[in-house]
Design a protein around this ligand. Structure first.
Ligand code: RIB
Ligand code: CA
Length: 314
């Protein structure tokens, strides 16, 4: 059983990644810490509590950091809309009553406590800006050494999406990313380069809609809203970002990762937030990351769709 702590900024791809974690019998989700990213924290937290209520997930959801460590906040609302995720169908109902309250305790402390309680057992998967993770490592410097794994969706070996150089999660808090890549434990990095090898499009929307039922229809509407991001840019498909590292955790044979030295640019006038990935063989002695470079996108998407069908049919 793989025990996972999930740090996230929902966002629909975050939602899909969470659904995959919960649908995979080999995974046990210990807890969720929410961070500002795709939208400000009140919105990402509201989305997380609504996702938990919609699916009846049990893992506690904690509110984490509401701003980056050392820069003004940026969000992806210009691309994703005010709610941080859009749908072409029915809206996700907001959580209500007690379900609308996060679990007690700050998300950073909850992350620290969750890992300390299970030394050597917890894989930390972070799919938003790394503010919560960096803060946890600052408060508990021993935490990286207690992890079974440290996995992120973030960065890129081929240029950015938030800027020409920076991928959004790193762009939103570069100082936090520096602290994570310098934590002393190798980071399994799933950047734009590998996520672009796992496209999602109309075929997946149609497959989920064909399940029938209100829950599948609502979820499919958000998949369609996510695919629409690509359509608006003239692309028939959209890269599958946050679910990609989840698929690797379940089916590592579908991916190729390479040891590399990854440094995060902080000073560049045009390159702040860039992950400078040194994939040259001699980099090994300085390597601080395993960078995903190849994916079997078709097989990866098929695994994801089968898991989602199992979840949405429940
Ligand atoms: O660049 C893609 C990343 O930014 C994803 O994690 C998405 O959810 C946004 O946070
Ligand atoms: Ca995200």
């Amino acid at each position: 059983m793989m025990e996972i702590w999930y740090d996230t900024d929902p966002g629909f791809d975050d939602w899909m990644a969470w659904a995959l974690i919960e649908s995979e019998p080999a995974f046990k989700l210990l807890g969720v810490s929410v961070v500002a990213g795709n939208a400000p924290l009140p919105v990402t937290l509201s989305n997380a509590l609504a996702i938990k209520a919609f699916h009846g997930f049990q893992a506690p959801v904690h509110a984490g950091c509401d701003r980056p460590l050392a820069q003004a906040q940026v969000t992806a609302q210009d691309v994703l809309g005010a709610q941080g995720m859009e749908t072409t169908g029915p809206a996700l109902p907001a959580a209500s009553g007690a379900a609308a309250q996060p679990a007690p305790g700050h998300g950073v402390q909850a992350l620290i406590d969750g890992v300390r309680a299970r030394p050597g057992r917890v894989t930390l998967l972070a799919v938003g800006p790394l503010t919560n993770v960096a803060a946890a490592f600052a408060l508990a410097p021993e935490l990286p050494s207690l992890l079974a794994g440290l996995v992120i969706m973030g960065g890129s070996t081929v240029g950015g999406n938030a800027t020409a150089a920076a991928e959004f999660n790193i762009h939103a808090d570069p100082e936090a990313a520096v602290r994570v890549f310098e934590c002393g434990v190798p980071v399994a990095m799933f950047g734009l380069n590998v996520c672009r090898q796992v496209p999602i499009g109309q075929a997946q929307v149609d497959r989920l809609k064909a399940l029938g039922g209100d829950r599948a229809a609502l979820f499919a509407g958000y998949v369609d809203g996510y695919v629409e991001i690509g359509r608006r840019r003239g692309r028939a498909v959209q890269s599958l970002y946050d679910p990609t590292p989840v698929i690797w955790l379940a089916r590592p044979e579908l991916f190729e990762l390479q040891p590399a030295r990854v440094d995060v640019e902080l000073q560049g006038r045009f390159t702040r937030g860039m992950t400078v990935c040194d994939l040259r063989a001699p980099a090994l002695p300085r390597a601080n990351a395993q960078v995903a470079v190849k994916a079997d996108g078709t097989a990866a998407m098929e695994w994801a769709m089968q898991r989602l069908e199992a979840l949405l049919r429940r």
